[in-house]
Design a protein around this ligand. Structure first.
Ligand code: FAD
Length: 471
């Protein structure tokens, strides 16, 4: 028997392997209409770099360096006894609708990525040295290149239902007995319940965006797919939300997102990249979407500034992918733990402090002109904080009874202490956090390496005039 080594799996009906001058192997994939590059080193790496459409079949490298493809125009497919065959089993034809024959195409491998597109009846291809997908959850490029799905380990399946309303009552008109240190209705009001949460975002034109994100058990039970009736069933269970929406009227149809969280298996290849929101999404609970996107755009800009027109670019894009997915995973670790404790407000509120402490420290460091104090998302480059983060979120997944519960609360307080610049966790504040100049002043020298003048300068630049009411 010859000695066989499997170089790649999961290919989409591969054909026409061509060994390239650099030793890599380019294969066509008839089922997905794509070209993929396989590495001969046994790493199993498959990089899809072109979406040609049709059914790319035989391939050969021309003397001019171009790759020539015999595209058969595409097949119909059936699954028979677990086997995928290129024929429509019931009709015994393999010609797709509108089949007009095959074609020969020439690919300039040096020119980067190529994808086919369809708009109405128009078909065409786009070719670029680097394709960046900014299509958000639509994941146009990821789908086109057949980028596989990854998972957030231990994260629940979640769904969302949302729309715009008029006539939503102000929270402060319903809960006048509380005296929060800021106008609650000018912020995002969150209502948390076992298995999910509701957001209420009041715009300044009388319209309120509101919706629910919940695990699939709740979404199934309330039948989110029904839209408005599901919303009514939900708020009927939650008296304070029902009061807030007693006179509300939806102004747009409800949107149901049956799969809220998603993650791609990779966020970049040698000549393509997904912006963070196309590479994955976790949940709006902590408003992590925009920071993740903006940090990704900054990272991409840095990669292009350093690596454009240079052989370093593929490695820089690999790093971009690693960091982008790591930041999404970090977010999912925390929000996954929060979903577990939505019925236990004390633990829920304590775990959110990991986020609020890291976010407010990062924001302050940047505003002080000291971005190196907070390089990674949610301070994950600070070894001590990152280790504590992992340990505490793992502990939060275990049973939290008796001593374990008290220990978790104490350890969260200890983990955030070195970066706490906002008085977080101070029991006297009862989870209401005003923006107080003295919190920053107290944290200035020991935590931010800044003096009082630097803090005063920051406050002045932010238009901060006086401390608001304390609770
Ligand atoms: C319900 C909900 C609430 C959220 N709340 C918050 C929050 O409070 N705070 C926060 O920080 N983040 C929040 N997010 C996340 C935030 O919306 C995203 O992180 C952010 O919009 C990402 O920006 P983006 O430009 O990368 O993608 P998007 O805003 O998704 O924009 C992608 C655009 O591409 C277009 N597009 C898609 N496919 C194609 C195609 N084939 N061709 C051409 N165009 C295409 C789309 O129409 C869209 O306009 C929320 C998300 C959801 C779903």
């Amino acid at each position: 028997m010859p000695d066989l080594t499997e170089l790649a799996t999961g290919l989409q009906f591969p054909e026409g392997p061509v060994v390239m001058p650099d030793g890599s192997i380019v294969v066509t994939e008839i089922k997905s209409g794509t070209l993929a590059r396989v590495q001969p080193d046994g790493s199993g790496t498959v990089e899809r770099f072109a979406d040609l459409g049709g059914g790319p079949n035989g391939a050969a490298l021309g003397p001019d360096g171009y790759l020539y493809i015999a595209n058969n125009g595409g097949f119909l497919w059936s699954e028979v006894n677990g086997f995928r065959i290129p024929i429509d089993h019931p009709t015994h034809t393999n010609e797709p609708p509108g089949f007009a024959g095959g074609w020969i195409e020439r690919i300039d491998l040096a020119a980067g990525a190529e994808i086919a597109f369809e708009r109405g009846r128009r078909r065409g291809t786009v070719r670029a040295t680097l394709l960046v997908d900014a299509s958000g959850p639509a994941g146009a490029l990821a789908r086109s290149l057949g980028v596989g799905a990854g998972t957030f380990p231990g994260y629940p399946e979640t769904e969302a239902l949302y729309t715009h309303f008029e006539g939503v009552r102000r929270w402060d008109s319903l809960h006048a007995s509380e005296t929060p240190p800021y106008p609650v209705d000018a912020a995002a009001v969150h209502h948390v319940f076992d298995g999910g949460w509701i957001w209420v975002l009041r715009f300044n034109n009388g319209v309120t965006s509101a919706g629910v994100a919940a695990d699939s058990a709740i979404a199934d039970e309330l039948r989110f797919a029904d839209g408005a009736p599901a919303w009514e069933r939900l708020i009927a269970r939650l008296p304070s939300v029902r009061d807030q929406f007693a006179e509300a009227r939806a102004t747009l149809p409800f949107v149901h997102t049956p799969r809220l969280a998603f993650r791609a298996s990779t966020a970049a290849g040698p000549n393509w990249a997904l912006l963070p929101s196309a590479a994955g999404f976790v949940d709006p609970l902590l408003s992590t979407g925009f920071p993740l996107t903006l940090l990704g755009v900054e990272r991409m800009a840095n990669a292009l500034e350093t690596g454009w027109d240079s052989p370093k670019l593929p490695a820089l894009l690999r790093d971009y992918s690693t960091v982008t997915l790591r930041e999404l995973d970090t977010t999912a670790e925390l929000i996954g733990a929060l979903y577990l404790h939505m019925a236990d407000f004390e633990i829920f509120a304590a775990l959110t402090l990991l986020y609020f402490a890291a976010a407010s420290f990062s924001e302050t460091a940047r505003r002080l002109g000291k971005p190196t104090l907070a390089r990674g998302f949610l301070l994950q480059e600070r070894e001590e904080f990152a280790t504590g983060w992992k340990r505490l979120l793992a502990a939060a997944r275990g049973p939290l009874t008796g001593e374990a519960r008290g220990q978790l609360l104490r350890e969260v307080a200890a983990a955030i202490e070195p970066i706490n610049v906002a008085g977080l966790g101070d029991a006297k504040r009862r989870n209401w956090y005003p923006a107080l100049a003295e919190d920053l002043a107290a944290a200035a020298a020991p935590k931010l390496g800044a003096d009082r003048a630097a803090i005063d300068g920051l406050l002045a630049r932010c238009g901060f005039t006086a401390s608001p009411r304390t609770p």
